[in-house]
Design a protein around this ligand. Structure first.
Ligand code: SF4
Length: 473
């Protein structure tokens, strides 16, 4: 990006102004009648793969670059630095990273000074880092999940002549204090409450690439949430691989939620992801009784078959899961329930799968995130006997999608005539907003700006499970 500042008063020393603005000019042209200063502000583009945690890591990464006066680019073509913040939880994300790196290779041919960095879960596996370096020797930096904050410094080292940096070091220290990402949009803000995972579900790579479970201090989380609310945030989503096992000395997840619900302001708190074995009855009751805790629970079941759950090492059974669902429905009025399901886990029989269909019918989730099982190298499930053929997995997931769309539609139809409190996150004739139970509603804002405000919307119609409404006057 080029800024041009023209000084018409020659008594001004432009270098002093630049120092005052804290910007670093790359090129200055001085004319005799005026100072004409061209500043090249470096730009970074970050491509994010995977879950909300990665989206939030990217926000923090942009902020770390901003502190070094490197601003965000809208696409790779307009950037001086391109970062791939990768994910290895699903096979598709890895394949997309490799495809996108192919495009960057072409870009680098026309922009040889472009700095390319790959970070995140995928690179934390040493074999993946080796493979990336071999297949894409034009990558300047490969770093894992623990050193993300140091990326701007690594970029500086490359600018100074370092050819290639590989940093897969492991550092399980929990950062202290607040770590706020700067963002212009303030509607839904994320706050990490913990890192890593101790559960070792047999299909999942996360514990191997993100390390052991460790929580941030309650005072730090509370302060971060307080600042976000003070700055106008209305929806805060607490993030962790297993938020229910949050622990800071004597404080558990229940204490954390109670403290946050006691903060002043007009906001609601959502959280993800919950693990069915750790979601306590007390937390369920607290969510039901505190208005500032949203009526929304994402509770991944993964399978409806006890045998498959055991092989997945999920540490709960179907009956225990359903008991929690009953308790949630009893204590949280108008609760929005969503879940994750893996179809075609090794040895899954037609009977196992029909147990899953049966559980989905029983629970009636608002929404489901459905995945076909894919092998993750280094996990126990990848070497299990009884891998399910691809065509069987595809046929099963098609049935599951069909069932869920019937349920979603039925639940949506039931909303017609009801009025919801909605946090508006859009503008215009097709403005959108989210409810406390995490439904999206489309409505006409009548030309008024309700962005980031709570308003009342009555549901008037449903199309393909999507809710449409009108603002209550
Ligand atoms: S709880 Fe299981 S699925 Fe979730 S991150 Fe941990 S190991 Fe992976």
């Amino acid at each position: 990006m080029i800024f041009r500042i023209i000084f018409t008063d020659i008594s001004i020393n432009p270098r002093k102004i630049i120092t005052h603005l804290n910007i670093k000019p790359r090129l200055c042209l001085l004319k005799s009648t005026a100072f004409d200063i061209i500043i090249h502000v470096k730009k970074v583009f970050i491509k994010t793969y995977g879950c909300q945690m990665n989206v939030h890591e990217t926000e923090k990464l942009y902020s770390a670059f901003e502190r070094e006066n490197i601003t965000a680019a809208d696409c790779a073509e307009n950037a001086d630095i391109v970062v791939f913040n990768t994910c290895c939880v699903r096979e598709g994300a890895e394949t997309r990273v490799l495809g996108n790196l192919g495009q960057i290779k072409k870009l680098k041919q026309s922009k040889p000074n472009l700095i390319v960095a790959v970070c995140g879960c995928m690179t934390q596996q040493s074999k993946a880092a080796e493979m990336l370096h071999k297949r894409c020797p034009f990558i300047n930096i490969i770093t894992g999940t623990y050193s993300l904050g140091a990326l701007p410094q690594m970029v500086k080292a490359v600018e100074k002549g370092e050819k290639f940096i590989l940093d897969l070091s492991v550092n399980e220290e929990v950062p202290q204090g607040t770590n706020l990402a700067t963002r212009s949009d303030n509607v839904n803000r994320f706050v990490n409450i913990m890192y890593g995972c101790d559960n070792f579900c047999t299909y999942c790579i996360v514990p191997y690439v993100k390390g052991r479970e460790r929580s941030r201090r309650l005072v730090d989380v509370k302060e971060e949430v307080r600042i976000l609310i003070e700055n106008g945030a209305k929806e805060i989503t607490l993030l962790g691989q297993n938020v229910n096992s949050y622990r800071d000395e004597n404080n558990d997840f229940y204490s954390l939620l109670s403290e946050l619900a006691g903060l002043n302001g007009d906001f609601w708190i959502k959280f993800m992801t919950s693990h069915p074995k750790d979601l306590s009855d007390d937390v369920i009751k607290l969510v039901g009784s505190e208005k500032k805790l949203a009526n929304y629970i994402h509770l991944p079941v993964q399978s409806g078959s006890d045998d498959i759950l055991r092989k997945m090492n999920r540490k709960y059974g179907r009956a225990e899961y359903l008991r929690k669902i009953d308790l949630i429905k009893e204590y949280i009025p108008h609760v929005g329930l969503t879940s994750d399901i893996i179809v075609g886990f090794p040895t899954e029989t037609e009977k196992d799968f029909s147990d899953t269909l049966d559980l989905v019918k029983q629970v009636e989730y608002n929404n489901l995130f459905m995945f076909i099982y894919s092998k993750r190298n280094g996990t126990p499930a990848a070497i299990m006997d009884g891998q399910v053929p691809e065509e069987v997995k595809k046929e099963r997931i098609t049935r599951l999608i069909g069932l869920q769309s019937e349920i979603s539609n039925k639940l949506a139809e039931k909303c017609i005539g009801e009025t919801f409190e909605v946090l508006c996150d859009g503008h215009g004739k097709n403005a959108t907003g989210k409810t406390s139970d995490d439904r999206v509603i489309v409505f006409d804002d009548g030309g008024k700006d309700y962005y980031n405000q709570f308003i009342e919307v009555q549901i008037t119609s449903v199309k393909n499970s999507k809710l449409y409404g009108k603002i209550r006057g």
